[in-house]
Write a protein that binds this ligand. Structure first.
Ligand code: NDP
Length: 288
């Protein structure tokens, strides 16, 4: 592509950046002035409205806390209204009930958010379940439940959020994958299929919606101490020790390990980052 065409393509696909006065000082160092608060702090989420599915516990709550501490107004979305109300109260957010396995419920979540908070800038597709069995033992109902919750629900929420983000001039979508987006395991076939799908869906949405200034990325948690993995530790003998032995950081992760990555991927700090799948795993996925 020649220079003129490249410039006109950029002009077509990206909204004009906020006005920044750039001058050079006596040593030819760039000095910027006249910047607004968000330009000064690229992690600032003030006035941004964020939906976190499964934000009432575990990794989702860790991310919701991070977004709230950066100034976002956070919708904590889950099935369990009591848990969601408690989490929302803790972070000064709003609780909205959703079953991500149900299309109408996903669309209602986004519509309610837009109606009550005025806009939707950020969507974290975090709600997820697992059913642990050998592949030959799954019923089709179990397979469908895992795929509907982990993958189809994320797609429907993203699709519902798209027009709101477009209207707002851009947005951020973060999908939660897993080490099972990369590796296989004998006891987790539908879960691995859903989490592999999350990464490919992330790439496809990132490609499609970049022109709308919507960045779509995935986070791949390692082994994190939550209700989900407490079940796994009860079911899979020796899992706890194997995770410790294989993780270079020599510990399980916790919900607090996800606040920073959420703020990064949902803020202006990551405006040129899209379609990625970032492990947050204490080095688990790079251990030889
Ligand atoms: P938890 O079991 O602690 O939390 C799961 C969350 O998902 C809950 O808030 C739950 O809310 C919500 N949820 C489940 N089903 C639905 C549904 N149908 N509709 C709405 N909300 C739902 O798990 P984690 O925090 O560990 O997991 C969060 C995400 O991280 C999942 O996608 C999981 O696959 C992924 N992950 C976790 C890892 C780990 O080691 N913990 C590792 C890799 C990935 P409610 O109770 O209200 O239904």
């Amino acid at each position: 592509m020649d220079g003129a065409r490249a410039a006109s393509r950029l002009a077509c696909t990206h909204p004009a950046p906020a006005a920044i006065d750039v001058t050079l000082d006596a040593d030819n160092r760039v000095r910027q002035s006249g910047k607004k608060g968000r330009d000064m702090n690229p992690f600032d989420l003030k006035d941004r409205v964020a939906i976190v599915t499964g934000g009432n516990g575990g990794i989702g709550l860790g991310m919701a806390r991070g977004l709230a501490s950066a100034g976002a107004r956070v919708v904590v979305a889950g099935r369990n209204a009591t848990k969601s109300a408690a989490a929302a109260a803790e972070i000064g957010g709003v609780a909205i009930e959703v079953d991500v396995g149900d299309e109408a419920s996903c669309r209602n979540l986004v519509a309610q958010t837009a109606a009550r908070l005025g806009r939707v800038d950020i969507l974290i597709n975090n709600a997820g379940i697992n059913v642990r069995k050998q592949p030959q033992e799954y019923t089709l109902a179990e397979w469908n439940e895992v795929l509907n919750t982990n993958l189809t629900g994320a797609f429907v929420c993203a699709q519902a959020a798209y027009p709101e983000m477009k209207k707002a001039g851009g947005g951020k979508i973060v999908n939660i994958g897993s080490m099972m987006s990369i590796f296989g395991a004998s006891f987790t076939t539908p879960y691995a299929a859903s989490k592999g799908g999350i990464v490919q869906m992330t790439r496809a949405l990132a490609t499609a919606w970049a022109a709308d200034n919507i960045q779509v990325n995935a986070v791949l948690p390692g082994w994190i101490d939550t209700e989900l993995t407490q079940g796994a530790r009860r079911q899979v003998a020796g899992l706890h020790e194997r995770v410790l032995a294989r993780t270079p950081a020599a510990r399980w992760g916790g919900p607090a390990d996800f606040g920073g990555i959420a703020v990064f991927l949902c803020s202006g700090a990551s405006d040129f980052v899209t379609g990625t799948a970032i492990p947050v795993d204490g080095g688990y996925s790079v251990q030889g």
